[in-house]
Design a protein around this ligand. Structure first.
Ligand code: APR
Length: 320
């Protein structure tokens, strides 16, 4: 059986971590693409040399030539620049939009049948632009946001409740900016909704509100601590979970930035919602009933995504 091929476009902090995880999990052969001459080849060689120790079989190749991503089953895009302290995700818009154009064209020319996961920020706008530039079907292009945002939410909740993170499910909707909507009503510990746990005296609404706020600024908290870049371990793990769901036809229900066509009252935008990922890519958009407060929060988030798209269209007339 031929091995899967995973192309990682952008071989920086997240790209390198993705390559390490993909190799360790033997998800397939890995191609690391970057514009920085030599660097992707160096990372691929270094990672290959961890193979004998870890005992994985995967070919890792570094390249600056798009032809090498030909026939990839999955492409994970991290190309671009990350945030520095004091920058919002939106500050990255102009630079990363140009990068998405080059990457989209590279994918279109070399692996139009791939499942594409975008991580580059500002996420909801970049995944939309990448889809436009690549011309791939909407169900084959998704953004990695919700898995990461809910992982942050789950970590904080598990810590507060003093239980295993494995037993915590959490729900975050909307854009991947500060307007994201963590929803306590749909977050649970072993199936028990958080509002019931508050009633049971496990925590307080005030503490939950603080966790919601911390989740919203979870990426920024890490940017501040790192000092010269943004998070990469958890973003990489999150994208790998999405890639595995596709490659293994797992039908996982994962919150991702997906293209909405009327669902949640949104048309023609990428916004974070729960979706089913299987061999067909985005196989289903899960449309849940939101209470009035969540609906309001979701609308604010959708408006923020729309504003970013308008800015993209202003910067590149081919998108208008
Ligand atoms: N094509 C390919 N790679 C590119 C291009 C391009 N046009 N432009 C820049 N790159 C590469 C850089 O050379 C760098 O190696 O993208 C890589 C980005 O890596 P890092 O700077 O280490 O950034 P990282 O932390 O991996 O984050 C990447 O993901 O979470 C988002 O906000 C984050 O947008 C950022 C992206």
């Amino acid at each position: 059986m031929a091995r899967n091929k995973i192309a990682l476009v952008g071989a920086g902090m997240i790209g390198g971590t993705l390559a390490h995880l993909a190799a360790m999990k033997e998800m397939g052969d890995v191609v690391l693409f970057d514009i920085a001459e030599g660097m992707p080849a160096g990372k691929a060689l270094d990672l290959s040399q961890s193979g004998p120790v870890e005992g994985f079989d995967a070919n890792l190749k570094g390249t600056t030539d798009y032809a090498d991503i030909a026939g990839a089953d999955v492409v994970i895009v991290t190309a671009g620049v990350p945030r520095k302290p004091g920058m919002s995700r939106d500050d990255l818009l102009g630079i990363n939009l140009k990068v998405m154009k080059a990457v989209g064209e590279g994918i279109k020319a070399n692996c139009p049948d791939a499942f594409v996961i975008c991580i580059t920020n500002p996420l909801d706008a970049m995944v939309w632009a990448l889809r436009e530039f690549s011309g791939l079907p909407h169900n084959k292009v998704v953004g990695m946001a919700g898995v990461l945002d809910s992982a942050r939410f789950r970590h904080f909740l598990a810590d507060e409740f003093g239980v295993s993170m494995e037993d915590v499910t959490a729900f975050v909707l909307g854009g991947h900016g500060d307007t994201m909507v963590p929803i306590l009503e749909y977050s649970t510990v072993a199936g028990i909704p958080v509002p019931d746990l508050i009633k049971m005296g496990w925590s307080t609404q005030e503490k939950m509100d603080a966790i919601v706020a911390r989740t919203r600024s979870g990426g920024g908290e890490i940017v501040k601590l790192l000092g010269n870049g943004s998070a990469y371990y958890a973003p990489a793990t999150s994208a790998i979970q999405m890639a595995e769901a596709y490659l293994k036809d797992k039908k996982r229900v994962l919150p991702c930035a997906a293209y909405l066509e009327g669902q949640y009252g949104v048309d023609g935008l990428y916004v974070g919602v729960p979706i089913v990922i299987g061999a067909g890519g985005v196989e289903r958009i899960v449309e849940i009933e939101l209470n009035d407060e969540a609906k309001k929060g979701f609308q604010v988030s959708v408006d923020a995504v729309e504003e970013l798209l308008e800015a993209c269209k202003g910067l590149d007339s081919s998108l208008a």
